[in-house]
Write a protein that binds this ligand. Structure first.
Ligand SMILES: Cc1cc2nc3c(=O)[nH]c(=O)nc-3n(C[C@H](O)[C@H](O)[C@H](O)COP(=O)(O)O)c2cc1C
Length: 287
């Protein structure tokens, strides 16, 4: 998969055709789940596909304001409830979303507002909990791309509008809170670090709850540090999913472009950091 291109091409779709996803593609999706990228591989997870016959059971417990987007299929990741399980589910879920994009399918993440109710309705057992939910299928050709009220952009940053896309995104330069590579004084330098730059572009294209993108990066001592920002709109679970999603986008593009395998380290690096107000280090990556 060309992750860089896929992260740029992907966008949320909320208007799906009433066209089934062919069985052959569903098989490919199930198969891919077995090898999709994991952040914490020790955490046991399971994939559940939900069709329109069963989707009404999700009414009233998922989606913005409990509004369930109608789609021909839904992908639900069930997980053990262990430390970082939601970051892991976000990471895996986004890898699945990019696979769907690669297969020519459109998708939209859906928030889980009441995980216990959803588990009960879907009769989920074996100590697993619903962790990540994505609607998918084929976008209606005439889908509306006018700005939507359910996308709330932060007011204090510049966002890049993208042709044909509803949601504008953080500029790479604005996503970096501080750095020690001389980029702030000379932003052109960033372009010389092609792989890092592309990884950051993928990170900035990541989907997030209400498109808030409540995270920033610090580059220090050869490390890219991911800082999660407080956000009044985003709940704890969606914040953790956001973090997993942005980590997947960055690390897959960087790894694929540089050919050097790397992964995020969940924790704080051993150095002094000047964090933005209320910011918390989520993870770091040796670059
Ligand atoms: C954790 C999470 C939960 C989301 N929940 C919903 C949702 O319930 N309903 C919805 O329409 N979009 C939902 N979205 C999609 C975001 O609104 C969308 O990613 C964001 O507006 C950016 O647009 P883009 O995906 O086109 O880049 C969610 C996204 C994330 C990451």
């Amino acid at each position: 998969m060309d992750y860089y291109q896929l992260t740029i091409d992907r966008k949320s779709t909320r208007d799906f055709k009433e066209k089934d996803v062919p069985e052959k593609l569903l098989e490919q999706i199930k198969e891919y789940y077995g090898v999709c990228k994991r952040l914490v591989p020790e955490i046991k997870t399971e994939l559940k596909l939900i069709d329109p016959d069963n989707s009404p059971m999700m009414n009233g417990c998922v989606g913005y304001k409990d509004y369930l987007i109608q789609a021909p299929c839904y992908l639900l990741i069930l997980s053990e409830d262990k430390e970082h399980y939601l970051e892991n589910a976000g990471f895996m879920g986004e890898d699945m979303v990019l696979k769907l994009t690669d297969l020519g399918l459109d998708s939209c993440w859906l928030t889980v507002n009441d995980s216990a109710k959803l588990a009960d309705r879907l009769n989920i057992k074996d100590g697993l909990v619903p962790a990540a939910l994505v609607a998918f299928g084929y976008e209606k050709a005439e889908a509306d791309v006018s700005p939507r009220l359910d996308i709330i952009n932060p007011s204090n940053v510049n966002l890049k509008a993208r042709t044909g896309y509803v949601a504008p995104k953080l500029y790479v330069e604005d996503s970096i809170y501080s750095e020690d590579m001389g980029i702030s004084g000379n932003p052109e330098i960033l372009h010389a670090y092609t792989d890092l730059y592309k990884g950051l572009i993928s990170a900035c294209c990541a989907p997030s709850f209400l498109n808030r993108q409540p995270y920033r990066f610090i580059i220090k001592g050869g490390k890219l540090i991911l800082v999660s920002l407080p956000d009044a709109e985003t709940g704890e679970n969606d914040a953790a999913l956001n973090i997993g999603i942005v980590m997947l986008n960055f690390c897959r593009t960087l790894t694929e472009r540089s050919g050097v395998y790397g992964n995020w380290i969940l924790g704080t690096p051993d150095c002094d950091l000047d964090l933005p107000e209320g910011g918390k280090v989520a993870a770091y990556f040796n670059i």
